[in-house]
Design a protein around this ligand. Structure first.
Ligand code: NAP
Ligand code: GDD
Length: 325
């Protein structure tokens, strides 16, 4: 039985990846940072019905000693570094912490793997946010990066450290440059979930307005379930490498919003207001990925279309909120 260690196991991707690996017969271990809300921290794992199947270990990405201890205890075959301060807007409010967790945290993981489990295969959660002020209209593995936020700068450091550890120490370290991916388990602060939660509240009469920021930004949105499959596929290759994971279709926040309102037969124009509190100091206007390398080399392609994703998210928020009503 293969053993996997996942950092960020309580997040959206950590939950879906745990589910996938359990289905494949893995023993799944997760790094859990100490929280005062221990009773709710595994909510996503519980939502998927797998909380009791994932073995959790106390540790923190900023504490190398804890990572060394956990890796020594678990002796993983595969390590997925998904832990991060992942909310771009917060990275301007907490730039140093974002660097410590998202950048140095990845370096800590690479060091811990190099020292305690050098034969393990390593996955780094890189991000399309690294393309920032895009240098090519469609972004691929060869497109130059231009980070536009402290988060993106931190991810870029982690990305290059992953490549450096592969080239310097021969680690089987791969980096997935994943474009935005969403699901009913998406954090409520991200725009898609904020929209589907807002739409469900308006439909149920719990609210009347939805305040958003820049409606013109466009993103290449996929489903998290499809994207964790790409992570796993990367670690099944004999040679480590870097891959763009995307759908190849980009739509505006406004379009996502319209689709979500249409799911409940409401007109977004009557409910959406623009509030400048949700604008960013520097924006990533457009992201559009070219996933052809992942398709060619991993045999990966997305199965869930945007419209299906929006339907699923709105339906899940309606169900969730009806229970609270
Ligand atoms: P997420 O839901 O925000 O999850 C982040 C995870 O990191 C949570 O489990 C969080 O734990 C954990 N974490 C934060 N600080 C930590 C620390 N100091 N030590 C240990 N764990 C810590 O993110 P996601 O959407 O699942 O994304 C997974 C990864 O992919 C992230 O690295 C993200 O930056 C990257 N990424 C995401 C996307 C996307 O569209 N979703 C696209 C590209 C890349 P708590 O539960 O305790 O907060
Ligand atoms: N969060 C948020 N809230 N975003 C808004 C809002 C709002 O009210 N209104 C408009 N937006 C716009 C943002 O300005 C941005 O252009 C876009 O919606 C997407 O914002 P987020 O959903 O917060 O995601 P992100 O693209 O900044 O970052 C996500 O994707 C990255 C990959 O490209 C995160 O998951 C990152 O961790 C990930 O690396």
């Amino acid at each position: 039985m293969k053993r996997a260690l996942i950092t960020g196991v309580t997040g959206q991707d950590g939950a879906y990846l745990s589910q996938l690996l359990l289905e494949k017969g893995y023993e799944v271990h997760g790094l859990l940072r100490r929280s005062a809300s221990a009773d709710v921290i595994d909510a996503r794992l519980r939502w998927l019905g797998i909380a009791s199947d994932v073995r959790l270990h106390d540790g923190n990405l900023t504490d190398l000693s804890s990572l060394l201890r956990v890796i020594t205890e678990v002796r993983p075959d595969e390590v997925y570094n998904l832990g991060a301060q992942s909310f771009v807007k917060s990275s301007w409010h907490q730039p140093i912490l974002t660097g410590q967790v998202t950048a140095i945290g990845a370096a800590n993981m690479l060091e811990a793997v190099r020292l305690a489990a050098p034969g393990a295969r390593f996955y780094q959660a890189s991000s399309s946010e690294m393309y920032g002020l895009i240098q090519e209209p469609v972004q691929s593995e060869t497109t130059p990066f231009y980070p536009r936020s402290p988060y993106a700068a931190a991810k870029l450091y982690a990305h290059w450290m992953t490549i450096n550890y592969r080239e310097s120490f021969g680690l089987h370290a791969s980096s997935g440059i994943l474009f935005n991916h969403e699901s009913p388990l998406r954090g409520i602060e991200f725009v898609t979930r904020k929209i589907t939660d807002g739409v469900a509240r308006i439909k149920l009469g719990l609210s009347d307005k939805l305040a958003l920021g820049n409606l013109d930004a466009t993103r290449d949105w996929g489903h998290a379930k499809d994207y964790v499959r790409a992570m796993w596929l990367m670690l099944q290759q004999s040679t480590p490498d870097d891959y763009v994971v995307a759908t190849g279709r980009t739509v505006a926040v406004r379009t996502f919003c319209r689709l979500a309102f249409e799911c409940v037969d409401l007109d977004m124009e009557k409910h959406v207001v623009v509030d400048e509190r949700f604008l960013r100091p520097a924006e990533v206007d457009v992201l559009l990925g070219d996933p052809s390398k992942a398709k060619r080399q991993l045999g990966w392609e997305p199965h869930i279309a945007l419209e299906q994703l929006v339907d699923e998210m709105v339906a899940a928020d309606l169900t969730r909120l009806k229970k609270l009503k």
